[in-house]
Design a protein around this ligand. Structure first.
Ligand SMILES: Nc1ncnc2c1ncn2[C@@H]1O[C@H](COP(=O)(O)OP(=O)(O)OP(=O)(O)O)[C@@H](O)[C@H]1O
Ligand SMILES: [Mg+2]
Length: 307
């Protein structure tokens, strides 16, 4: 068994009063997270990411479908001891210090006191809060709160770490720190399943991703198999070619004095353009290939955003 998490045809509907205004949020969500990977669960706002994470962590019940975690059914409560969870915008009682929060959460999770005392200093160091752990949480910055939240998710030394938008609201440095912490979790052999709509972060660290749109997984797989490695087009900058007529198949994006920015989408056309530029005595300043990114893939699945 080398799956950390498996969801099969999971449905969830939120029902209004007397079932009026019921809203199906998850529609047959199916995905498989192998052990030891960093898995990005991506989707736009309202897609159902948080709902899925709550169903996995047992905070909500699914209406239908199967969920297995580390080979055990989600209904088997003992599996919760092997999961760490960082909720979206966690609310912490802010008169506690970071250290007290970890003690409190550790006790709630049933971690024995001696183990907690031994483990907390290392966790505080790992998340970069050394010297700040006796400060009240109300004096923490958002980045510090996110880091104490990550420490809290690691208290029970979980095999599977589930993080809801771990990088949201952080500045670029904070995001990089959280990315590094996630990579460190993987190095320790943990599986990390996190939701995000910050695609650049996901692209940097994920081995696998699933894209959720309106409660359905529209694509899932290893990142490299989802992103085409082929160049989609090249942007070529040539200078000193005021009178040059580019060969057919080229589109001139901008013309600034004698400098032209030209887009080509076929390799033969690129070669023709380079030959003609040289023949006209123009200098080739740049040839920039563009491959499809996770963002292109993501947008292609959102109605109205596809190209
Ligand atoms: N307790 C609830 N009762 C009724 N509707 C809910 C409840 N929780 C979530 N929803 C609805 O379910 C849909 C999905 O919400 P969810 O929070 O799972 O999305 P999300 O993908 O996490 O979005 P975001 O990126 O904004 O965090 C939304 O339309 C939301 O209004
Ligand atoms: Mg959410």
């Amino acid at each position: 068994m080398d799956e950390a998490l498996r969801l099969k045809a999971v449905d969830k509907t939120f029902r209004g009063h007397l079932s009026i205004g019921s809203h199906q949020v998850l529609r047959g969500v199916t995905l498989t997270v192998p052990r030891g990977v960093i898995y990005g669960f991506l989707g736009p706002n309202g897609a159902g990411k948080t709902t899925t994470l709550k169903v996995i962590t047992g905070l909500l019940f699914a209406d239908a479908g199967e969920i297995s975690i580390l080979g055990q059914s989600v209904e088997d409560r003992s599996v919760r001891g092997r999961i760490g969870f960082l909720p979206e915008s966690p609310y912490f009682y802010d008169y506690l210090s970071g250290y007290e929060l970890l003690i409190f959460m550790g006790r709630l999770q049933g971690v024995p006191a001696a183990r907690l005392a031994a483990r907390i200093p290392g966790l505080i160091k790992a998340v970069g809060l050394e010297g700040k752990d006796r400060l009240q949480l109300r004096k923490y910055s958002k980045g510090m709160l996110q880091r104490i939240g990550l420490a809290q998710a690691l208290l029970n030394d979980p095999d599977l770490v589930i993080l809801d938008e771990p990088m949201s609201g952080l500045d670029p440095i904070g995001r990089r720190e959280v990315r590094d912490l996630i990579l460190a979790m993987k190095d320790q052999g943990k599986t990390v399943f996190f939701s995000s709509h910050i695609l650049a972060d996901a692209e940097m660290i994920c081995d696998q991703v699933a894209i959720l749109v309106k409660g359905k997984v529209v694509q899932e797989g290893p990142l490299e198999s989802l992103l085409s490695s082929e160049v989609q087009f090249w942007d070529v900058t040539v200078r000193g070619a005021a009178g040059m007529v580019p060969p057919p198949g080229c589109s001139v994006l901008t013309r600034l004095g004698t400098q032209l920015l030209i887009r080509v989408d076929r390799e033969e056309t690129l070669q023709d353009l380079l030959d003609r530029s040289r023949a006209e005595g123009a200098s080739i300043r740049a040839v920039v290939p563009h491959k499809s990114s996770l963002e292109d893939l993501f947008l292609s699945h959102i109605p109205g955003e596809g190209r």
